[in-house]
Ligand binder design. Sequence first.
Ligand SMILES: *[C@@H]1O[C@H](CO)[C@@H](O)[C@H](O)[C@H]1NC(C)=O
Ligand SMILES: *[C@@H]1O[C@H](CO)[C@@H](O)[C@H](O)[C@H]1NC(C)=O
Ligand SMILES: *[C@@H]1O[C@H](CO)[C@@H](O)[C@H](O)[C@H]1NC(C)=O
Ligand SMILES: CC(=O)N[C@H]1CO[C@H](CO)[C@@H](O)[C@@H]1O
Length: 285
Amino acid sequence: MLKKSIVIGMIALVGLGTISKESNAFWGKKKSSVVKLQGSDTILNTSQAIAESFMTENKDARIAVTGGGSGTGIASKLNKTIDIVMASRAMKSGELKKAKELGINLEEIVLGYDGITVIVNKNNNIKNISHEDLGKVFSEEVTNWKQLGGRDAQIVVLSRDSSSGTHSYFKKVIVRNKDKSSKKEYGKNTLYLPSNTAILEEVKSNKNAIGYIGMGYMDPSVNALSVDKISASFKNVANKSYPIAREVYWYVDADRTGVEAQLVDFALSSKGQSIVKAEGFVPVK
Ligand SMILES: *[C@@H]1O[C@H](CO)[C@@H](O)[C@H](O)[C@H]1NC(C)=O
Ligand SMILES: *[C@@H]1O[C@H](CO)[C@@H](O)[C@H](O)[C@H]1NC(C)=O
Ligand SMILES: *[C@@H]1O[C@H](CO)[C@@H](O)[C@H](O)[C@H]1NC(C)=O
Ligand SMILES: CC(=O)N[C@H]1CO[C@H](CO)[C@@H](O)[C@@H]1O
């Protein structure tokens, strides 16, 4: 009997060409709307890979994943145009307060860990930097590679733009050296780029450049600097000895149902977490 109604239902769907509310009620499922994820460029590929793997197992699930930066994802959640925020920084108390006022009940999910990787051109002889010197480079108190034992050349400083969670996190931890009262900013000659890939490409071609990327974007076309002599390796991020390691998040509805709920479970399952690892980040379990 059940089998028969499913067959009839499918014929009706093919005949109509669209999925009506009635046919969904007939199928006994929630309206199959698109679950939308938006935010962090750093975990964009990882989230896309998780969504794709989920959709191969759940053929009628519809998931759309777009970037724009953590700040953009949060703004979209606050105007109720998306379901899940991808974020490479924790939400600020003001943002959480605003969500609450708007009746949006959020839950923070730690998707994995990332070591923010400081990169320089292959031809740069500098291999390590202290976190204090790194802060001075990004606030422009140190402006020449010579001051760090390198060649006599102006340092070209690259940062992610201000909608990036990595931009905010790096400012807090490196530029301001975790000092909450510090008002230090990135130096005025800093070049702001929109993605991890854009930073990587610029460092690859500019022998005086320095920039930072999520560890999942690291490749052998550039050199990574050790920070306080600790490299941004999988192990050093996993045991939190690397100084610029952080959590990466999904902010999801606390009262999630349907595909959103299933997708979150999948992301935290061993299969989902193996994707986090395959994309170059450290899984939570
Ligand atoms: C919601 O916020 C996002 C991000 O700021 C913006 O791009 C979008 O246009 C907004 N949409 C509405 C309907 O307000
Ligand atoms: C991210 O995804 C894009 C498009 O799918 C791909 O071209 C790119 O190589 C991926 N980047 C990394 C670092 O995996
Ligand atoms: C972290 O792991 C690395 C590599 O195994 C090891 O050298 C280092 O001592 C560890 N640090 C801490 C704080 O556990
Ligand atoms: C810039 C910097 O910190 N350089 C150090 C890198 O490590 C070598 C050897 O451990 C030190 O001698 C440098 O001072």
